[in-house]
Design a protein around this ligand. Structure first.
Ligand code: HEM
Length: 468
């Protein structure tokens, strides 16, 4: 068969499959007698993926919402989807009816992070893991980490002093080191370099095409993933030989469980936590430095608040957990950054059965995307939503309108640690350093989190008049 013959046969095949799917889905819909949400599904198979990615994805979501309302259907990345952008609908999917919507990720991502990782599960196994993760990240557990996080922040700042840095890249190193501290305790320095080397290869492959052939980024990442498991197996065996010593970190929590987790389950969840903890927190820290640089009045207020804490201490005296809880202005800056930047624009779920929502059918197997950014940027909820204005958080936001850490059964168990490491970094950077943005500062890139253009290059220098 010549090329055009093959092409026509393929096209006919695709059309046939498409029509078959429509017939099957029509049959199922008519059996439930409910309409699908409004919206368009685009071309067979490709759906509206090009429209989504040919512009800022948030423009796509916002224009759809304007046209069809807060619940609409579309078809992207090979999947029929229902997108939701009202607080009530997000609560329905993530909290009240969360058992009807399971988390969903592409199979290649599951393989890379590890199938046993917490994000991919529902039910008893998820509940058990969540208890162990929360035990390691609740305030009582992380409050002892303040001096160690402080020294990681101070070491980072010293290496940046007097140079031009890519804020996002450097913040990733900071948040990686804090994540390792929270997982392995003070032992983390022993494994830091090996873990870093493998993890950095893994992350390069994470967003690459999932082609597992020698030389591809994906293949290298899968090899690095294997090596990470071997390193973790060594760490586990060293801890097991050290009977009697107790550990207040995530690994200690996993190993101390009566119904033991397997080594594979522990490894998958450790890699998963590093993945969840590092780029998220680093992106938010990058936005914080940008918003503070763009808003000198806010920077001044934060600096004053932090200087007042510093002045109450002896030279070189450490911060305490209590200090980090007495930073109301800083805390509002963190909240407002989480809202405006909304680094996780949305999350994915999949309907496990046909679900009715407000008279519409969400068919079994369809993806459901709560659009956090649309909610955070709704003018009905936050007046003048594009403006960076931390004072809006002087009044607590209404329930289910502010979800930077998600909501319900899968909400972020690391949120206290994230806020703690951001507060500590803000304390040291505002009291001892100045920074200025290099080059144009208004672009946004998605990789996959929303980030200032080029990772925000800045020049950082120590304030000369301060005695530290
Ligand atoms: C500012 C930084 C962070 C942001 C914005 C963030 C955001 C989120 C969000 C929105 C979810 C829920 C996703 C969903 O429902 O599908 C989530 C889950 C999760 N986060 Fe975070 N996160 C941050 C930092 C961290 C840190 C520091 C850790 C660990 C130390 C962490 C560990 C996790 C884990 C393990 C889950 C999965 C929970 C589950 O499935 O039950 N995150 N995060």
């Amino acid at each position: 068969m010549d090329f055009s013959g093959m092409f026509l046969t393929m096209l006919a095949g695709i059309l046939f499959l498409y029509l078959l799917r429509r017939v099957i889905s029509h049959h199922r819909r008519s059996s439930s007698n409910l309409p699908l949400p409004p919206g368009t599904m685009g071309w067979p198979y490709v759906g509206e993926t090009f429209q989504l990615y040919s512009q800022d994805p948030n423009v796509f979501f916002a224009s759809k919402q304007k046209r069809y309302g807060s619940v609409f259907k579309t078809h992207v990345l090979g999947c029929p989807c229902v997108m939701i952008s009202s607080p009530e609908a997000a609560k329905f999917v993530l909290v009240t009816k969360s058992h009807l919507f399971k988390p969903t990720f592409p199979a290649s991502k599951e393989r890379m992070l590890g199938k046993q990782a917490i994000f991919f599960h529902q039910g008893d196994y998820h509940t058990k893991l969540r208890k162990l993760v929360l035990r390691a990240f609740m305030p009582q557990a992380i409050s002892d980490m303040v001096p160690d996080i402080e020294s990681i922040a101070q070491d980072s700042l010293k290496t940046w002093d007097g140079t031009m840095i890519n804020t996002y890249q450097e913040m990733k190193t900071y948040t990686f080191n804090v994540a390792l501290l929270s997982i392995f305790g003070k032992d983390e320095v022993l494994y830091r370099e090996d873990l870093k080397r493998c993890y950095y290869i893994l992350e390069k492959g994470y967003n690459s095409m999932p082609i597992n052939l020698p030389g591809t980024l994906f293949n290298k990442a899968m090899k690095a993933r294997k090596e990470l498991s071997q390193i973790l197996a060594r760490i586990l065996s060293e801890r097991r030989q050290n009977i009697g010593s107790s550990h207040n970190d995530l690994l200690g929590s996993f190993m101390g469980d009566k119904e033991e987790l397997t080594d594979e389950q522990i490894a998958d969840n450790i890699i998963g936590v590093i993945f969840a903890a590092r780029d998220t927190t680093a992106s938010v820290m990058t936005w914080i430095l940008k918003y503070l640089a763009d808003n000198p009045n806010v920077l001044e207020a934060v600096t004053e608040e932090q200087m007042a804490i510093r002045k109450g201490k002896e030279v070189g005296e450490c911060l305490t957990w209590g200090d980090t809880k007495k930073m109301p202005i800083t805390s509002r800056v963190i909240q407002e950054t989480l809202r405006v930047a909304s680094i996780l624009s949305f999350t994915f779920r999949e309907a496990v059965e046909d679900v009715e929502y407000e008279g519409y059918l969400i068919p079994k197997g369809w993806k459901v995307l709560p659009l956090f950014r649309n909610i955070h940027h709704s003018a009905d909820i936050f007046s003048n939503p594009g403006k960076f204005d931390p004072s809006r958080f002087e009044v607590a936001p209404k329930p289910n309108t502010f979800m930077p850490f998600g909501n319900g059964t899968h909400s972020c168990p690391g949120n206290e640690l994230a806020k703690l490491e951001m507060s500590i970094m803000i304390h040291h950077i505002t009291t001892k350093y100045r920074w200025s943005i290099v080059g144009a500062s208004d672009g946004i890139q998605y990789g996959p989190f929303a980030l200032p253009q080029n990772g925000l290059p800045i020049l950082l220098a120590r304030k000369s008049e301060i005695d530290v």
